[in-house]
Write a protein that binds this ligand. Sequence first.
Ligand code: ATP
Ligand code: MG
Length: 397
Amino acid sequence: MLQSRLFAKTSKNFPKDEESINAKYLLRAGFIAKNSAGVFTFLPLGLRVLNKISQIVREEMNALGAEELLMPALIAKSYWEASGRWNVPVVYKIKTDREEYGLGWTHEEVIKIIADQFILSDRDLPQAVYQIQNKFRMEPRARSGLLRGREFLMKDLYSFHKDEGGLGAFYESAKSAYLKIYQRLEMPVVVAEASGGDFTKDFTHEFQALVESGEDTIFHCSKCDYAQNKEVAKVKAGDTCPKNCGGEVKESRAIEVGNIFRLGQRFSSWFMGSYGIGISRIMGTIVEMSHDDRGIIWPEAVAPFRVHLLALGLDKSETVKENAAKLYETLKAKNIEVLFDDRLVPAGEKLFDADLLGIPTRLIVSEKTGIKIELKQRREKDSQLLDVAEVLQCLNS
Ligand code: ATP
Ligand code: MG
């Protein structure tokens, strides 16, 4: 991709009225645009990141044995009335002359009705289906960029079982699949017990990314896997671990990036489980966790491009122009995703934007580097001067 041709551009300044790091950086770098509070456009660069996160989630859901489908966002009032969730405060309601709808904020009601058509007896069980779809919620506090959207991308998985035991076993495999997803995203999470609200007396589990800017508070052990949301915890910071492992309880702020629920028979005569992952929230969380004062630092697995190629002094030197163009073609031929900064702007601006965009590997071709290439990882301070073969070797390892 040629940077001069990108639809969206970086801004000279941080957006006004944004307090969260993720909103500041993603807006300034041209990954997203803001439409209204909690409502965002994913610009081409941002969509690349979002799609990469979705793809990782999709692969692990398929590996779990779940099938992908896509339900509507426009859901007739009768569905919500059947479950008693029409008057939940988060629902966006739409009224025409003849009909009333609630925009999908979760899909237990819809999947239940569909499942009833296909699950005719215990022999049709177990089943698991998921979708990756925009959800709509009237969130009162939509002030933290992608972390709390009014329209946001979620993966929601639903499973159906003939008994409690079947649900319990699947629940554990779903938990493992989730842990694999966060591992692939390079996002350390703590699995915290939380309240099931009016759905279940059992604990639910939240996947919490430990980030200072998070809205949630969790208590977790320094030594073992004990972790609980503040809402249910009966400990305080400094207590000895209730699991008697000898560790100490710590209090941390965290962002809930996923959760899993054993719903039992609340929605259907089958035993049902419901499992969510906030895909767009994950994108915001990555920025909250992985940045410095100059910009974003994308982990390789979700970066919009693998390589950012910068040609410095393009307008002054034919050699730079030729060398950079040649390297760009070489990288593309090797199927390495590359963003080529071919803009006729000062070197300082290119370097500044490269740090802001946060692509993992930066390659510089300039008068100074000559036939060599300067390679620098966004995460690291030092750069290396390499030839093309060495650069390719470095990108492959
Ligand atoms: P929260 O407590 O943060 O409001 P929730 O308990 O309402 O989350 P679920 O309804 O279970 O969450 O949704 C599943 C996942 O979707 C959550 O774990 C979270 O990652 C994500 N999510 C929920 N609400 C939002 C939102 N407004 N914007 C972005 N992601 C969200
Ligand atoms: Mg909520």
